[in-house]
Design a protein around this ligand. Structure first.
Ligand SMILES: *[C@@H]1O[C@H](CO)[C@@H](O)[C@H](O)[C@H]1NC(C)=O
Ligand SMILES: *[C@@H]1O[C@H](CO)[C@@H](O)[C@H](O)[C@H]1NC(C)=O
Ligand SMILES: *[C@@H]1O[C@H](CO)[C@@H](O)[C@H](O)[C@H]1NC(C)=O
Ligand SMILES: *[C@@H]1O[C@H](CO)[C@@H](O)[C@H](O)[C@H]1NC(C)=O
Ligand SMILES: *[C@@H]1O[C@H](CO)[C@@H](O)[C@H](O)[C@H]1NC(C)=O
Ligand SMILES: *[C@@H]1O[C@H](CO)[C@@H](O)[C@H](O)[C@H]1NC(C)=O
Ligand SMILES: *[C@@H]1O[C@H](CO)[C@@H](O)[C@H](O)[C@H]1NC(C)=O
Ligand SMILES: *[C@@H]1O[C@H](CO)[C@@H](O)[C@H](O)[C@H]1NC(C)=O
Ligand SMILES: *[C@@H]1O[C@H](CO)[C@@H](O)[C@H](O)[C@H]1NC(C)=O
Ligand SMILES: *[C@@H]1O[C@H](CO)[C@@H](O)[C@H](O)[C@H]1NC(C)=O
Length: 503
């Protein structure tokens, strides 16, 4: 039955000049040990009038081994057995109807290295081997590094999936890659989860800058390949600190909500630092920053060359990046000398009422000097009553005098605090309206570096300003104050110091 003419083909004899037979495949294919490769291939053969279903069969043989041409390494012929070494690893993925002889090689082994040739079996004992076009497979050592993929950026506190993959490894079928993750960021993770190609990591700020390694070992190969990345973890500002820049030692930082004391007129230089990634924008506010508050300074360093008494209050540093913000505040207490409001006096009924107010830091105490006598705190007897109160930096005191008053009575109000003292005097001098000029500073003596300064601000000569109803109060003042009752309706007149003494 077999025509003799076909015998050379039956023996697989290759005839370079065979018309119509052509194989298109690359000469050399390199693959790393353990990896996968697909070799594109197509072939043509002379047209045959009859071909059973499923035909032609395609076979790939390994050149030169003992079972050469007996067992293919890959075939689509269901009646043929393939070599056990390549079974399941060398796969014909092309369709013979499309003349597609593409070959897929999985988990390449060093022993796969060699030459391969392709044979087409069109039935009727007609087989043709393309001997003049061989495929050489070279298997090299595994050097391919794995890749680590994840959605950037890594945000502190947000679970993120990191996927480790080895490019070129075979995705389908059995999992023949063994993964392991190593890194400081994994200390709190269940070790069991570190054996998967996908790692779910919830990074912490302290993981920023740490190394994370994915190691891959492929079955049937020696050694592992690995990839190390440096984690870039974004986190909101934390660990805000304020330090005193004038402090050359710059060791101590100031506690949140602590108070700092500074004398009026002195310089203050504060520095705010925050730990954050990306770096935070630092700004300073007075008080606590409300929404849309305007910062007094948009830099880490706050420079107040001369602190004024009115700057007393909270200073807040805010650190902000796109992940959030944090605040830290200090209370600035400014020490300043007593500010004495000019005392005011008025007649009420038979008595003289005087009021004195002062503000200072620390809060001042007030006392009245009446002739030779000193009146402090709360005091009361038949001829005078002193009521003092204080709140915050203020101290207020009122003095009520009744009964006969000396015509040359000298009355003054004095304010003092731990560092300074000041007095303002009211002199009751009937018949005259004059005042001596001059402030008299004098050292009171002090403790430590704090100089105590006594400042007799001004001596105010007390003089009645004729009011809306002249002739009622003014004449009475020109007489010695004897406590004569005042007529109804004019029982109060305010006595103001000359404006030249207002400060
Ligand atoms: C041959 O088959 C493979 C696997 O199905 C396919 O990827 C490739 O594109 C085919 N080649 C051609 C030329 O059609
Ligand atoms: C991580 O992947 C797992 C499945 O692999 C999924 O269930 C989970 O939602 C993913 N987590 C995130 C944060 O994407
Ligand atoms: C992180 O890895 C790099 C190299 O990948 C190495 O030079 C560096 O020392 C490692 N850092 C730490 C903290 O292990
Ligand atoms: C870290 O990530 C931030 C984005 O969150 C980016 O701006 C920055 O350049 C990254 N740093 C490094 C060293 O890659
Ligand atoms: C920074 O703050 C975090 C929590 O806010 C804390 O766990 C960590 O110890 C702080 N680091 C330093 C150096 O103070
Ligand atoms: C800042 O440091 C300087 C120098 O040590 C010190 O004199 C000053 O009192 C400090 N200021 C505050 C507000 O602590
Ligand atoms: C400082 O204290 C305030 C109020 O208690 C708080 O809101 C803020 O977070 C604190 N800041 C720091 C850095 O601890
Ligand atoms: C004086 O008395 C008033 C109430 O009459 C009181 O509020 C104030 O604290 C007292 N002042 C002193 C110094 O005792
Ligand atoms: C009121 O007290 C002061 C001193 O405490 C004293 O000098 C004065 O005489 C007293 N006046 C009367 C009327 O008791
Ligand atoms: C003291 O007087 C000042 C100015 O008149 C006033 O603002 C303050 O509230 C007064 N304080 C007290 C405790 O009476």
């Amino acid at each position: 039955m077999v025509p003799l003419l076909l015998l050379p083909l039956l023996w697989g004899g290759s005839l370079q000049e065979d018309p119509g037979y052509e194989l298109r495949v690359q000469d050399l294919v390199m693959v790393q040990e353990g990896l996968c490769v697909q070799v594109p291939c197509s072939f043509s053969y002379p047209w045959s009038s009859w071909s059973p279903p499923g035909m032609p069969y395609m076979n790939w043989f390994r050149v030169g081994d003992s079972s050469y041409r007996r067992y293919p390494v890959a075939t689509n012929d269901p009646t043929k057995r393939v070599k056990t070494e390549t079974q399941g690893r060398f796969l014909l993925v092309g369709n013979s109807r499309d003349n597609n002889c593409s070959l897929r090689i999985r988990e390449a082994r060093r022993s796969d290295q060699g030459a391969y040739e392709f044979q087409v079996d069109t039935g009727d004992y007609r087989k043709y081997t393309y001997e003049d076009k061989r495929l050489t497979l070279q298997v090299t050592a595994l050097t391919q590094k794995p890749d680590i993929h994840f959605l950037e950026p890594l945000k502190s506190g947000h679970p993120t999936n990191l996927t480790c993959s080895l490019p070129g490894s075979c995705e389908e079928g059995r999992s023949l890659a063994f993964f392991s993750w190593v890194g400081g960021a994994l200390d709190s993770l269940d070790p069991g989860t570190l054996r998967s190609s996908v790692l779910t990591l919830t990074p912490r700020p302290r993981d920023h800058g740490s190394n994370l390694t994915c190691q891959v070992q492929l079955s049937g190969t020696q050694g592992t390949v690995e990839r190390t990345i440096r984690l870039n973890v974004s986190y909101a500002p934390q660990n805000l600190t304020i330090s005193n820049c004038s402090d050359v030692a710059a060791l101590g930082t100031l506690q949140n909500t602590s108070s700092i004391l500074i004398r009026e007129g002195q310089a203050l230089r504060l520095r705010c630092d925050a730990d954050s990634n990306p770096p935070a924008e630092l700004s300073w506010f007075r008080g606590s920053p409300a929404l849309n508050a305007t910062p007094i300074c948009k830099s880490p360093i706050l420079d107040l060359p001369q602190v004024g008494a009115e700057e007393e209050g909270d200073l807040t540093c805010q650190a902000q990046n796109w992940l959030g913000f944090q605040h830290i505040s200090l209370h600035l207490s400014v020490l300043y000398a007593p500010r004495l409001l000019p005392p005011s006096c008025s007649w009420e009924g038979e008595g003289l009422h005087c009021h004195c107010s002062s503000r200072a830091q620390p809060a001042p105490t007030l006392r009245w000097r009446l002739g030779e006598g000193l009146l402090e705190g709360n005091h009361s007897n038949a001829s005078w009553t002193v009521t003092s109160s204080s709140a915050g930096p203020w101290a207020n005191s009122s003095l009520s005098l009744s009964g006969p008053l000396d015509s040359s009575l000298r009355l003054s109000c004095e304010a003092r605090n731990a560092h300074w003292s000041q007095s303002a005097a009211v002199l009751l001098l009937p018949g005259k309206c004059a005042f001596p000029a001059g402030a008299v500073p004098a050292a009171l003596g002090g403790a430590g570096a704090m100089a105590l300064v006594s400042l007799t601000l001004c001596l105010l000569f007390f003089c009645m300003v004729p009011g809306k109803s002249p002739g009622q109060t003014a004449p009475r003042l020109r007489r010695p104050l004897r406590g004569t009752p005042l007529p109804q309706g004019s029982n109060r007149s305010s006595i103001t110091p000359p404006s030249a003494f207002r400060r």
